[in-house]
Design a protein around this ligand. Structure first.
Ligand SMILES: C[S@@+](CC[C@H](N)C(=O)[O-])C[C@H]1O[C@@H](n2cnc3c(N)ncnc32)[C@H](O)[C@@H]1O
Length: 269
């Protein structure tokens, strides 16, 4: 059977976190195995789509702040996902068309689709690499060609660090990724946190459905705070995603604790 290009190099019977997230965001780059998992997740957590959308909205607000207010002109977006509405380079280039954006993901569908989207986008590129091997990201020829580490960089780790288990030593990964960043660089993180009603059950669905390298680990605020070591959190600190600088008070949901991810943006002094 012929398949469009974006499916090459992937096993459609094995669900992937990139494609499940794409489905929850209303995207079309997913297979029936992904949709089956997403529907199981939705049966446990009826807010799953709203949570995915809120995470994406946090990424949008953080990116807009970095480009328009903090004046950052280089972005390294790791675990960037399948392109959807409001991709980082589109947001950044509204403010600064000369700003550079490097996307990094290990998922072949995310990389294939990003490659085709970016074919005509100057100043943006995608790298297929793994967060758990920072040297492969920092030393990749595309990263080196696009990013000047003598100038501030925004490192985006949005909804990806929870796919690194404790035994993968996420703090060591962060230390390696942030060591070369110049003063004035920023670190943006969103991360799934414990949710007694549905969180562990959803995590268990992922644990059974996705490949071993992508299983999720929920963490508490103290553990996630530790990821900002060496950086100063900007206001409002580490908060539930919808509470991070909402565009308007009306955007804040009645019960933000139902959005079980924490989000923060920080700066290297
Ligand atoms: C939930 S999506 C988040 C996408 C985007 N950052 C956002 O917040 O809208 C998580 C992404 O991280 C990627 N990912 C998971 N583990 C990874 C790893 N070890 N290295 C690189 N990418 C990874 C997945 O393939 C997926 O595209």
């Amino acid at each position: 059977m012929d398949r469009p290009d974006w499916t090459s190099g992937t096993d459609p019977s094995q669900a992937s976190v990139a494609r499940i997230y794409d489905y929850l965001l209303g995207g079309a780059h997913n297979f029936s195995a992904d949709r089956d998992v997403a529907r199981t997740v939705e049966a446990i957590e009826p807010q799953a789509r709203a949570i995915a959308a809120a995470n994406r909205a946090f990424l949008t607000r953080a990116t807009r702040f970095l480009a328009a207010e903090a004046g950052v002109r280089q972005f390294l977006d790791i675990g960037s996902g399948i392109p959807t509405q409001g991709n980082v380079h589109e947001i950044v280039h509204e403010t600064a068309p000369d700003a550079r954006v490097v996307y990094v993901d290990h998922d072949p569908v995310a990389v294939a689709h990003s490659t085709s989207l970016l074919a005509d986008a100057p100043n943006a590129a995608v790298v297929q690499a793994d967060l758990t091997e920072p040297a492969g990201i920092l030393g990749h020829p595309t990263t080196r060609a696009m990013i000047d580490f003598d100038r501030p960089v925004a490192l985006l780790l949005v909804a990806v660090l929870h796919f690194v288990p404790d035994e993968g030593d996420p703090r060591a990964i962060l230390a390696e990724l942030t060591a070369p960043l110049a003063p004035g660089s920023h670190l943006v993180i969103s991360h799934g946190t414990h949710e007694p009603r549905t969180g562990e059950a959803v995590t268990e669905v992922y644990r059974r459905a996705v490949s071993q390298g992508s299983r999720a680990t929920l963490r508490d605020a103290e553990e996630i705070m530790g990821f900002f070591d060496g950086f100063d959190l900007l206001e409002p600190g580490l908060v539930r995603g919808p509470l991070w600088r909402p565009d308007s008070p009306g955007d804040v949901p009645a019960d933000p604790s139902r959005f079980w991810f924490l989000a923060g943006l920080s700066r290297k002094a």
